[in-house]
Design a protein around this ligand. Sequence first.
Ligand code: A2P
Length: 350
Amino acid sequence: MVSYNVAIVGATGAVGEKIKEMLETTSLPLNKVVFLASKRSVGKKIRFKGDFFEVEELQADSFEAIDIAIFSAGGEISKQYAKEAIKRGCVVIDNTSAFRMSEGVPLVVPEVNSEALKQHQGLIANPNCSTIQMMVALEPIHQMFGLERIIVSTYQAVSGAGMSAINELKQQAQDILDGKEEIEATILPCSGDKKHYPLAFNALAQIDVFSDEGYTNEEWKMINESKKIMSDQALKVSATCVRVPVMSGHSESVYIEIEKDDVSVNDIKESLEKAPGVVLEDNPAEQIYPQPLTAVDKTDVFVGRIRKDLDSNKGFHLWVVSDNLLKGAAFNSVQIAEKLHEMNLVKVNQ
Ligand code: A2P
């Protein structure tokens, strides 16, 4: 029986750790897993399925005899090394935004468009975390009632910005509770930007750098990626992305306008109840609705607060929550690897 050699690129990072956890329980037949990171981490021990493995330095020849490489070490690393992996016959699943909008690169949420995997030429892009959970929640509605417009506001957790941002938020919270007057901020809202602000006890309406039309890159990702995943360039999408002091679990307030008339809240709920990867948590009488604290460490997308818009017969509001490191990143990329295997789309190198 076929079994794969898998590499995790960025194995010591916030997403890399979760990819390792997802590989511990995957249905993908594994021969071995290789843990790659920067020179700084060489020799660090990683526990996988009860055994310890040393982190190795990422190099071009790290990909000799690797069948599937899952990248999560930032866009620059993907741009530099994805081609090296592909050249060596490896299938790359990339968690960064480096290739998501490139022609010929499938951008895949398995519940929505796994058929797109058939077009892969060695590289598959994992979408942006906020986009993934929104697509899982909206695809059943898209299928049954048609979708014309999406307006989303996000409440995104700090873990999406990596380990160093998590540590910075913890330090800021501690410093504020200790009564310190100077609160240090060196990473958020965006490590590459000119100014930095504290996130502790705050909310920052900037994720990634500002770009065209006053939107940030994160907002453009949600707009452009949604259209690509749903194969609908006419879909109207707008986004406001906000970082909040939550460790893990992105929340989204999503307003949609559907195509069909006379659709009820119950019709929307029924479409979601049957949908793969969706859990309905919607009972206002019992104060039941999704929360990041209860969604964390779970692979599903939780949906609640479903209401009809008061002014538009075709408008609905939803609250969508998921663990950004799992369905938003690690789980989705391991699901892609499982699908590639099921669809016989991996060439084995060994
Ligand atoms: P390292 O821990 O050795 O720096 P996060 O997004 O949580 O900050 O994680 C980023 C991941 O990308 C880490 O595993 C980090 O490894 C890895 N990484 C960063 N720079 C490089 C590099 N130049 N080569 C290989 N891996 C890198």
